[in-house]
Each structure stands twice: as C-alpha cells, then as structure tokens.
Design a protein around this ligand. Sequence first.
Ligand code: WTA
Length: 653
Amino acid sequence: MSTESLSHGHPTFPPDPALTAQANGTEAMYAAAADDHEGFWAEQARKYLSWATDFTQTLDWSGAPFASWFVGGELNAAYNCVDRHVEAGHGDRVAIHFEGEPGDSRTITYADLQREVSKAANALESLGVGKGDTVAIYLPMIPEAAIAMLACARIGAPHSVVFGGFSAEALNTRINDAQCKVVITADGGYRRGAPSALKPAVDAALDHADTTVEKVLVVKRTGQDTPWNADRDLWWSDVVDAASEEHTPVPHDAEHPLFILYTSGTTGKPKGIFHTTGGYLTQCAYTNAVVHDVHPESDVYWCTADIGWVTGHSYIVYGPLALGATQVMYEGTPDTPHQGRWWEIIQKYKVTILYTAPTAVRTFMKWGHDIPEKFDLSSLRVLGSVGEPINPEAWLWYRKYIGGDRCPIVDTWWQTETGAIMISPLPGVTTLEPGSAQKPIPGICAEILDDEGMPFAEADKVGYLVLTKPWPAMLRGIWGDPERYKQTYWSRFGEKYYFAGDGAKYDADGNIWLLGRVDDVMNVSGHRLSTAEIESALVSHPAVAEAAVVGASDETTGQAVCAFVIVRSEHADEVAADEKAMIAELRNHVAKEIGPIAKPRTIMIVTELPKTRSGKIMRRLLKDVAEGREIGDVTTLADSSVMGVIKQGLGSD
Ligand code: WTA
C-alpha cells in the first residue's frame, strides 16, 4: 500500500480520508474531553440515550472510590435498546440475524424484539421477579440470551449471566453469591455438530437445600431429553409465549444495578463485578459508535464473543442495541461444519464490522489463508480485536487476509471491570500501529506508573497501567464485598489510581503497548520481561503458529523464560527430523528479536495449549509443567484433556 510507512520495523497505516469523512469518531473529541471531562460525558449521555428524567449532576465522586454518574437521572435500559427504535420508525429494521450452528437461522426485527422482551418481562413478573431481585442466565448463544437480559433490565432485576461452558460447581457458587431467585437456561445448545446439554448442570447446581432459586425457566433449543422437576421447572415456551406482548418499561435510577458478572481474581473466589444503568449504557453506546464506527442505518455488525463474557454484554447486547444497529449472532464454533464457517457467515449477511479475539485470529492463521480466500469478504470495512494483546504478525495477517488490506483494525483494551472500551485507536482518526492499543479514547485518562507509583513518559520502560479519572462504565464494586473492591483496585498505588493489573509501556511515538497481566511479567536476573513480548517474538518466526511463555522459578536468575510452542503444520517434518535444531533456532530468534536476556531457557514443542473457555492461555498450568510440579486445577480449561496431551508429548507421563 502506498500509504504505509514503517515504524518499529512494521508498517503503520494512516486513516483512509474516505473513512475519516464519515466516521463517528473525530480528532476534535480528544480536546473536547480533555477540556471538560464531565461536560464531555454529559454530552454523550444525552446524545446516545433517552432519559425519562434528565440528570442534575454528571459525577458524584465524593464517596470515592464509589462513583455515582448522572445523578438524579432515570432511564430504562431495555426501552433504550428496543422500544425507542420502534417508536422512531425502525421497527422493521433487523436487530439480530441469528445463525444456529446446525444451519437454522432466525431474523429478529426491533418490533419482534420489543414483543419478545415484553413477553419475557411479563413472564418474569408472573414468577414473582421484581425490581432488585437477581436472575441467573445460563444459556447458549441464542437470541433468548439477549431477550432474557433485556427483560431483566426492563423490570430492574439485575442479571447474572454465567457462561454456558462453566460447570455446575461454578454455577452454584455464582447463584449463591448473588442469591438468585430464578435461573433461565435451555435444554442444551449446539456445539461442534452435536447437542450439548445445559439443564443437568443447573439441576446439579441447585441440588442444595439452601438454594434461593424458586423457579427455573427452560428454553427448548435442541429438543433433547431433559430431566424435569415439576415443582420448580417451567418451559419458556409455556410461560413466555403465553404472556402479553404489552409491557410498559418503568424508568430506573441511573445508578440502579443492571448486572453482575463474575470474573476470576488472584484468589480462588470469583469476583462479582457489578455495573449500573446510566453510565454503563452511555459508554457502551458511545464506544460502539466511535470505536467500532457503527452506523445503525447501514452497517451489519458482528461481535463473535459469547454473551457469558463482558464483551458479549457490552458489544452484543447493550452497545449495538442501544444504537439500534443490525447484528449477527452465531451459536457455534468456527470450524463446524468446516473451517470457513465464519467467512461464510460474513459473506451471507454482508457483515461490515467484525469484532473478535487475537486467539481466534491466530487459529485462523494456523488453518491457512486459503480458507478465508474462498469467500467474499469485501463487505467488511472495520475490524476489531479484544481480550489480549494482538501480536503484530497476527494483526498484519488479520488486516491482509480478512480485511483485504483496506480495513482499519481497532485493538481495544478494556476489562470486565471497566465495562466498556478504554484504550483503542479510532477508525478514520488514528494512524494505526500494529500490536498497540495506542491511546485512551476521548473521555478516558490513563497513565503508566513505575514501581514507586510515579507516572513516566519514557519509551520502552515497563510499568503498570492505571486509570486516573473515574469513567461512566466503571464497576461500582464487587457484589457484597466493598472492601475487596477497594483493596483490589484502589490500594496498589493509593486512592488516586485505579490499578488495572496490566503491564504497559510507551513506544517512541507515545503509543501504549499492553504487556499482559502483571502476574505474567517475569523478572529474569533483575530484568523485567513480558510474556506477551516473548510470545510475540516467537510467533514472528515463520515456523511458529502459537506460543505461550511462563516465568519458571530459577535458582540463579529468579525466574527463567520457559516457552511452549505449536509449530505450523508445514514445518512438522523439520521438527520430526531434528527437534533440537528447531529449538535452537527459535531460541536464537527470540534473542535476535528482543535481546539475549529474553532467550528462553527451555522451549517445549507441543501440539496444544491449555486455554480457558474464553480463549485465554492458562499459564498457571504451563508453569506447573515448567517447574516439574503436579498439575493443578484444570476445571476451567475448555478441554480438560489438553494437559495430558502436553505431558505425554513431552514424555513426562
Ligand atoms: C486483557 C475482556 C491487551 C488485559 C474485555 C485485561 C487486553 C484483561 C486487551 C481483561 C487488549 C483485554 N490488549 N490486553 N486489547 N483486551 N486484555 O475482564 O490483561 O475478560 O486486564 O475483559 O484482558 O479481561 P476481561
């Protein structure tokens, strides 16, 4: 491309002027937000949402670190995501193009969604669910997941969505912690070409005398045989389908809890991160508009996350629906029934904006670019990435083979706790630097601190990412544990800074590079090294498909770099012929890319990596292997057999 220029050995990509001309985000927003932080957010709240009662104060930070945003304001999140679009004459616009894994599909317009959400809200009320009661949602990726969430929001019942891949045990802990009154689930969902049951896990989770759950509402998705407790269980089709299509949404306080979402912390007990209504919805809608550049009248947007994670909450349900956008929802895995399924879906619905995770991009790289090349992806215009750092090689592959060398990629940094995107380039505004999330978006303020808690601006020095001003979608606390909230996020560097738990650095141009969780930052002979950086170096070698790095304890150096590497299939013969030579080459490659200090002490060539169901590599387990320990708890692995495969491959079992 003629517009590329080189930075850090990689090309950078200035915005296409045609995109700049129509983009929702503008350069001027940065200055506007810097001049008047609260005024800027007040403007977004009024621009993107419909308030039943306008707010009288934008931010009350007097009880820091507990924030109140849009004080005195009242609104209904479901009204904002559904009814107002119908009132504005967009009832016929498609809200959700649902694609089931077996190939079934459903088209749900905003008018349909209004009827479905109203029926579900009436049904929940008929089961005794009222404002302030909590509802657990344990569903596959089907439209009822979004409908159930919106029905809860409509009646002011905070939902607690639990990812469908979690075990009965995990579900039990979460239901008890939030004291849920009702569970909404399904008989099952489709996964890798077969029905996969969900209801038995709910039964097991509720098999305790002290459960607070009164009713279980079951969506029929697969039609498989389902164990039944006639005193407690009800079919969604009986209760919801029979309910009235009319339901009046009442306004709730801006700070009324919208949902709880559990995420793992450094201790074993998951944290119930809770979010409220007005601030959360404001930032979801604003970021979906300026970061993904969603234009509801013309775009077809697709976020591939599961609704069980925060990305699904903010960028499948609340952001795009608040904007009145049209989106795709897909139930299954990317390789069912073939490895081109996603590209087939993009071609079918003419998807214009795709938001996915680096782990997916690297998987597609491993499968080969000839697969996406068989499909027409010319409808795409913006690509997004979230969940972990995206290494420049994956970024460049994503741009070239999925984005047709023309689509900007927004690498978006945020967390369950932040509720919405915080650091990201803006399409049409930012010159893109592959591998970097670049800058806080307008309205967000971040710094990088050193060990002593001092902000710095020097390039290439590794520090801790902190947020320096409250933001509307910030968590309001940990459900039932205000002390843990203060302790976890507001004590590491004092009350002024929200401690994100991520390592970060600036480059010479002032771009922010996220370097992984600080617990993943290694210290080798007094030098700080990022697992992400070494992984990126390994993946930049043509033979490497995927890599995971851990710091294993070492008597001499404190920690030593230990890498697990999956080799691309085209290079399998080389490994079979001389594995040692390949390992030596990779060690030297890392030394060349970063420096001799980063050279892994050990490289193990494996065929799989242990990942959670959300695609995060479980370094803790690799650390166990690297340190020659018994392997710890594997219950949160997507595939619990992976550790056996790894150990066997290494000949240690
Ligand atoms: C990591 C997901 C680098 C980070 C939305 C963060 C990222 C954690 C990025 C939150 C990114 C997320 N670049 N790292 N673009 N996005 N992370 O709560 O370590 O599941 O703290 O939220 O993921 O994960 P969570």
